[in-house]
Design a protein around this ligand. Sequence first.
Ligand code: ZN
Length: 407
Amino acid sequence: MKYIILLGDGMADHPLDACQGRTPIEAAHTPNMDRVARMGVTGLFCPIPEGMPPGSDVGNLSLFGYDPRVSFSGRAAIEAASQGITLAADEVAFRCNLVTLSDGVMKDFTAGHITTEEASELIHHLDKELSASFPIRLHCGVSYRHTGILKADSGCTVEDLAQAVCEPPHNITGQSFEPFLPQGAAADLLIALMQASQKALQEHPVNVARIASGKLPAVSLWPWGQGRALTLESYRDRFGVSGAVISAVDLVKGIGVCAGLEVLHVEGATGWIDTNYAGKVAAALNALEEHDFVYLHVEAPDEAAHQGSIPLKIQAIEDFDAKVVAPVIAYAADRKDCRILVAPDHFTLISTKTHASGAVPFALCGPGIQPGESAAYGEGAALSSGIMIPDGHRLTVDFLKEETLSF
Ligand SMILES: [Zn+2]
């Protein structure tokens, strides 16, 4: 059997007045996800265990079939793994966003979706400047997403660093950032680091050029999501399958690395609506020639919702449906030995521009899955099915079993 998980990051949402009481998934034209629901089963599941932060780290761990309550150690440690960074016992990895701050406000947590080329120049510059006075090394990731490895020293223990309270910058878009600066025993160090980054970025030619062409500058590093090294049981040992991961974002690739999966690089995978959908699907289907399992992650619906844009979110969902789900269904129809699971990792709400916990809809189909009665994929249809999986990671654990699935 072949197992295919298609992950539309943050595509779940609440009903919106602007969509006549429908959610973006329901308002979007999604004949292919509807087909998965019709050929198989749809229902609700909770990828975010109660009391845990509703992030893509926790949600994707669940979708990979790991219980986040057991496995989760902070997203930056996962991202570090994807960059090939090994953490020592006295080191903590922080996600360091390049952000745009303006007039005391978090204007943009993506620094205007800065390009990786521009970011790479800035991060190398910052690494040189900051490592002279702070116990940090910086690694360049994709676009605005980077990693800082902080080493414990006489002033700050590894526990201080791991337990610092750091606000995800995407939660405070348009708000005054001052109340959300790092807190706890490592706060002084982290805030000093941010201030030093602001000084080093101010006159940098990359920012001067961005401003001149009407783009947002990268004003500051924003550290958050820190964690110590993550260890996961390998996919081969846990599920008896080999597999591959395709994603633009380090977080998802990092879970793949930690789970012993092959992480495939796809040219032009951006994490935005201009991503190379065809390249990602081709890589996924190609990987199934030698693997049993593939995990294809698309970031765009989440990013569109963070911008609060209903049209962009709907477009991202429709693109996911037409450019990812459709060709995968066609492939599965030819082979007849494929299971497909479509799901988001959490809500990303248009109303708040941020993530939320709660039960989100999945749809799955394939051999050994008895068709239910749903006609469509969406929050309402999933609720009507009466199927609910409170321990979200169980969904994937059951999906990956060879035996017949009943709900
Ligand atoms: Zn998000």
